[in-house]
Design a protein around this ligand. Structure first.
Ligand code: SF4
Length: 261
């Protein structure tokens, strides 16, 4: 199992590594003087940011992780009415995001974001149809074949761990043959994460979040990760190229058997 997952770090840990290594350079501050706080749909992120491999000399890449439910409670306790606040952009250079980033929050979204980029890298052609509706949905296990300009790419998707087990068992027995799979632990993906405002099992709330994610994606000016101008600049100025030594060091991780620790 340990050789199956991608070595790419989670968005939280990629952001933390970039903030503590690239942003500190831009701002000319020491990493110890920068405090990175992530706001996550996920309670597991509190553990993840404490993992030893995501620290340098005891200084974490992400210092604190709070859940969206905790943020909502802080906002309420400060009597801030979000409906009365003007719209604002996030601060740059680390504030620009794409539709591909937005859909990471829903089952099928990470693989759709990857397909939007992989299609152009693999075929060398511009992707005209950005929406891969065949990858979307809330069924626990889904499969689709995507046409990469004549090459059929088989994708498997599961959310919730019972479904993940069935998908992986199917791969082991040879019942399924995929080029790529996406697994999300929570129902619906991060929209159903344990750190999110409680939905008390109401599937209509998950569905409303699902619809909101794709609506937000469709309204974004940039919808492919590799077209984000700040990502392009980050590679030009700092990381070099995908899988360079620096990007391998900062954006990737490794897995180990905790029984042997
Ligand atoms: S799917 Fe659940 S466990 Fe996985 S990152 Fe999202 S909220 Fe966390």
């Amino acid at each position: 199992m340990l050789d199956i997952p991608s070595t790419a770090r989670s968005p939280q840990q990629m952001f933390g590594a970039i903030a503590k290594n690239y942003y500190t350079e831009l701002m000319n501050v020491k990493r110890e003087d920068l405090v990175v706080v992530s706001v996550m749909p996920c309670l597991a992120k509190k553990y993840e940011c404490q993992r030893e491999e995501f620290s340098t000399n005891g200084n974490r890449d992400v210092d604190y992780s709070i859940s969206t439910r905790e943020l909502a409670s802080l906002i309420k306790s400060c009597n801030i009415n979000f409906d009365l606040l003007p719209e604002e952009d996030f601060d740059n250079p680390l504030g620009e995001s794409t539709g591909a980033a937005v859909i990471f929050g829903v089952t099928g979204g990470v693989i759709e974001a990857a397909v939007r980029t992989a299609y152009e890298l693999f075929t060398g052609k511009k992707l005209e149809k950005i929406d891969f509706k065949e990858l979307r949905g809330l069924d626990g296990i889904r499969m689709a074949t995507i046409d990469f300009n004549g090459t059929a790419i088989n994708i498997g998707i599961a959310h919730q761990l019972g479904n993940a087990r069935k998908l992986l068992d199917g791969i082991r027995t040879g019942m399924y043959n995929f080029h790529a799979i996406e697994i999300m632990a929570c129902p619906g993906g991060c929209i159903g994460g344990a750190g999110q405002p409680l939905h008390h099992g109401h599937s209509d709330i998950i569905k409303a979040r699902f619809d909101a994610i794709y609506r937000e994606d469709s309204q974004k000016k940039i919808r492919k990760s590799h077209e984000n101008p700040y990502i392009i600049k980050l590679y030009e100025d700092f990381l070099g190229h995908p899988l360079s030594e620096t990007s391998h060091h900062l954006l990737h991780t490794h897995y180990f058997d905790k029984h042997n620790k």
